[in-house]
Design a protein around this ligand. Structure first.
Ligand code: DX5
Ligand code: ZN
Length: 215
């Protein structure tokens, strides 16, 4: 049984005291820090960019897991690498406007772990050609763009399929993850839990993280 990794998404953190928020999740047992990057084109929201990721890098030694919900990811990858990313995940949809195989290689060549992700509407077939070339597969369990949306259990067959094809890969679920939906995701084969609202909107971050792990 793989150890469950918890990756709080700082999208749901209080940015007016980001340093304190990072300290608190780190003390509460977070494994990675998930950074959601949105460009207002690939998704209908704008979040933050490499400058903020660089600031987060200065606040923690935890691995920074950067999820690029942007067009032309290949153009921006070097800036996130320079900012201190440890893993970079890009989208497989044609609307992300990049050569997926080339971008994955670019990420790997830069010394980061390479991840690929897909939206709920996107068939798993698009992922299959890459499944043995990835360090991380991120399965979106909401349509990306906003935190606080309900978990889509209809995405679980993608998790099961991915796990049956590759036992070693990190399978990350992202969107609507709380104690209950974390359990469902783990049962289906996920081992990395991204959670924004259920951690940063909780009173006790350590309790929230323990509950996600099913402890
Ligand atoms: C969605 C982002 C998620 C999101 C998760 O566009 O990729 O990481 O912040 O937030 P919650 O846990 O609130 O659904
Ligand atoms: Zn994300």
């Amino acid at each position: 049984m793989q150890r469950i990794i918890v990756a709080p998404s700082i999208l749901a953190a209080d940015f007016s005291r980001l340093g304190d928020e990072i300290d608190r999740v780190e003390a509460a047992g977070a494994d990675w820090i998930h950074c959601d990057i949105m460009d207002g084109h690939f998704v209908d929201n704008i979040s933050f960019g490499p400058e903020i990721v660089g600031i987060v890098r200065g606040l923690t030694n935890l691995p920074l897991d950067v999820h690029l919900m942007i067009e032309h990811a290949d153009h921006y990858v070097p800036r996130f690498v320079k900012a201190g990313a440890n893993s970079i995940t890009v989208h497989v949809e044609p609307e992300a406007k990049h050569d997926v195989a080339k971008t994955l290689q670019q990420i790997r060549d830069s010394g980061c772990r390479a991840g690929l992700t897909l939206n709920p509407e996107t068939p798993f077939d698009l992922i299959e050609p890459f499944i043995h070339k990835l360090d991380i597969l991120l399965i979106m369990t909401v349509h990306p763009g906003f935190g606080g949306q309900p978990f889509r259990a209809d995405q679980m067959p993608k998790v099961t399929r991915a796990r049956s094809l590759n036992r070693k890969i990190d399978i990350e679920v992202d969107g609507g993850i709380n104690a209950e939906t974390a359990g469902v995701s783990i049962k289906n084969g996920a081992n990395v839990l991204v959670a924004g609202t259920s951690i940063f909107h909780a009173k006790d971050y350590a309790k929230a993280i323990r509950e996600l792990r099913g402890e």
